[in-house]
Write a protein that binds this ligand. Structure first.
Ligand code: TXA
Ligand code: MG
Length: 372
């Protein structure tokens, strides 16, 4: 699209609930029909609400294969966490740097315990409140966790996902599952099975289609390896909820700032380019009118705006961070489908889940942010 002039009535997105409502659920989408028999090298499409398909996915995982699975946050690319070869194939399929450790998913605290050296009272408290759910806890690891999972670190990241299909699969395979987001490294995380296939078709054994991910941004990552808990990545559980339970929490500077030259990342994932579409994004703070005036001056290819702005591509209402989170990654993928090279983005308020939305957008924009 070339910009003839932006005004508040040329919205590109007339759909009521973009990115969520229009996408069909497992088994109803033509493109993702349940299909358990596939040729070698083909990615099987499985339905998350079909118990036979869950059982088949569990078999594939037990055989050391990769299966993309729905979680409440984003789709994960799962493998047996205790099988170093299977885990190595996750890194290969994603093109993920070897020094970026993986989250291990388990079905219960009981199944997490063998993977850690010690589980503090704080960890138990957090687990009681937020598991199953979008919180990842980092603890000293036991020898059971292969070093490829933790990328050589002495810690392990653990989470009990809340999605019923993820839990059913964990119970069916009886394995801890290492699972990063199921995107090609650096690209926006997948919130639909079709996003997974866009990146992984032919590279993985199967995708379990559970429809759109409800939360839409990844889990909150909290390290419990120092005296004061440290937030490494904002996510589905808002920081204020953790503070309400634990009191003081340190926030890694990497949450809102680019890593400075020579600085070591607390979380290796923080140092890599992330969530980025091909397009160059710029986050813009200011009211709608100033935003439109600015857009008409610099004439970007497209705009990413709030629903009520009535202009550009919409990613949720301004005061609804949960809706923004649910739609963000689908919108970032859509920007590339439209071939936009330059995009101005209405900056979200970094509060509640909005901190995660802001954090992802900031990285997608390579930290380009302006205030009008
Ligand atoms: O919601 C989620 O967390 C999704 C779903 C699939 O569970 N998974 C996910 O994984 O987002 P991934 O690999 O895309 O992001 C994991 C983040 C990375 O930034 C990684 O560096 C960090 O967690 N991480 C993993 N293990 C760590 C460790 N032992 N110490 C510090 N950071 C760690
Ligand atoms: Mg990721």
């Amino acid at each position: 699209m070339t910009t003839q002039g932006f005004s508040a009535h040329d919205g590109d997105n007339p759909r009521k609930n973009p990115g969520v409502a229009e996408e069909s659920h497992a088994g109803t989408d033509e493109k993702i029909l349940p299909q358990t028999q596939a040729q070698a090298g083909e990615t099987q499409r499985l339905a998350a609400d079909n118990p036979a398909h869950i059982a088949h996915a569990a078999e594939l995982l037990r055989a050391g294969k990769l299966v993309a699975i729905p979680t409440e946050t984003v789709y994960g690319l799962a493998a047996n966490a205790l099988d170093p070869q299977a885990v190595a194939s996750i890194f290969a399929a994603k093109g993920r740097p070897q020094d970026n450790p993986l989250i291990v998913h388990v079905s219960s605290v009981k199944n997490a315990l063998p993977l850690v050296k010690e589980c503090s009272a704080t960890a138990h408290l957090l687990a009681r409140h937020f598991w199953p759910g979008p919180l990842t806890i980092i603890l000293p690891k036991s020898n059971l966790v292969p070093s490829i999972v933790s990328a050589g670190l002495s810690t392990v990241a653990l989470r009990v996902p809340a999605h019923p299909a993820a839990l059913a699969l964990l119970n069916a395979c009886q394995l801890p599952l290492a699972a990063p987001s199921a995107n090609t490294s650096g690209k926006p995380s997948p919130t639909l099975a079709s996003h997974v296939l866009d990146d992984m078709d032919g590279k993985i054994a199967a995708v379990l289609d559970g429809g759109p991910c409800a939360v839409g941004v990844e889990s909150t990552v909290l390290s419990l390896t120092s005296e004061t808990p440290l937030l490494l990545r904002p996510g589905g559980i808002p920081l204020v909820k953790l503070q309400a339970l634990l009191g003081k929490i340190d926030v890694s500077p990497a949450v809102t700032q680019a890593l400075q030259p020579g600085e070591t990342a607390h979380s290796p994932g923080m140092k890599y380019k992330h969530y980025a579409p091909q397009a160059a994004l710029t986050l813009v703070n200011g009211d709608l009118q100033s935003f439109l005036n600015y857009a008409n001056t610099i004439k970007p290819d497209g705009l990413l705006c709030f629903d009520e702005d009535g202009v550009g591509l919409a990613y949720g209402a301004q005061n609804d961070p949960a809706a923004q989170a649910a739609q963000l990654f689908a919108r970032l993928r859509e920007i590339d489908e439209r071939g936009w090279q330059t995009v101005l983005v209405r900056c979200p308020a970094p509060e509640g889940v909005g901190l995660a939305v802001y954090n992802r957008l900031l990285r997608a924009a390579a930290f380009r942010e302006i205030t009008l």
